[in-house]
Design a protein around this ligand. Structure first.
Ligand code: ADP
Length: 187
């Protein structure tokens, strides 16, 4: 399951898969503010990437974010044993009521945008995202997918460094929703 489109000569891909297996230069972690690991995709990235990632996250906490990484911000570590050379850690909003309010929508956009900007600043050409905030953080997949895809499309139109953005979706259900949203956004 995979769909590819071109945006200003660059690639936007959606595929079903496990992001810890991706060979993009960077993969994005849907982390929590503590940066100390967690469940879901966060747990999978730390367990496959090994202890180097956590060590670097601890340093970032000590030096830059003693109170934790705020929602919508992004930081970068190496990828440890992963195929990806870097992990970009970002924190999406928590949709405790299951609703994506205007504030949460902006924070979700920030999480994608700040991850993309950080990648570009570091000269990273290929990056893979999970569906941020749609697991334990319970944001609705349909609206969240539109924000994710729109932010990536707008970014690819402007940026000169990033050449490929992949969304790596863990389930058929989430993949199908992203596919529908992408068709609506580019029609
Ligand atoms: P959040 O707390 O931001 O909601 P989760 O990790 O709970 O983060 O879920 C985010 C998304 O990541 C969910 O759609 C979940 O299905 C998905 N996911 C979980 N493990 C993986 C994985 N190995 N690769 C890609 N996506 C994953």
């Amino acid at each position: 399951m995979m769909k590819k489109i071109k945006i200003s000569g660059k690639k936007l891909v959606i595929k079903k898969g496990d992001i810890t297996e991706e060979d993009t230069e960077a993969i994005v972690n849907a982390a929590n503010s503590s940066l100390m690991g967690g469940g879901g995709v966060d747990g999978a990235i730390h367990s496959k990437g090994g202890p180097v990632i956590l060590e670097e996250c601890k340093k970032i906490r000590e030096t830059e974010y003693p109170e934790g990484l705020p929602t919508g911000k992004a930081v970068i570590t190496s990828g440890g044993n992963l195929k990806a050379r870097y992990v970009i850690h970002t924190v999406g909003p928590v949709c405790s009521s299951g609703k994506l309010t205007e504030d949460k929508a902006r924070l979700l956009k920030d999480a994608y945008y700040n991850s993309l900007r950080l990648a570009s600043e570091r000269g990273i050409k290929t990056i893979a995202f999970p569906s941020i905030s749609t697991g334990a953080y319970r944001c609705p997949v349909e609206e969240s997918s539109k924000i994710a895809l729109k932010t990536a499309i707008d970014f690819l139109k402007e940026d000169r460094t990033v050449q490929e953005v992949r969304f790596v979706l863990f389930t058929d259900y989430i993949y199908e929703i992203y596919k529908k949203s992408l068709e609506e956004l580019v029609k």
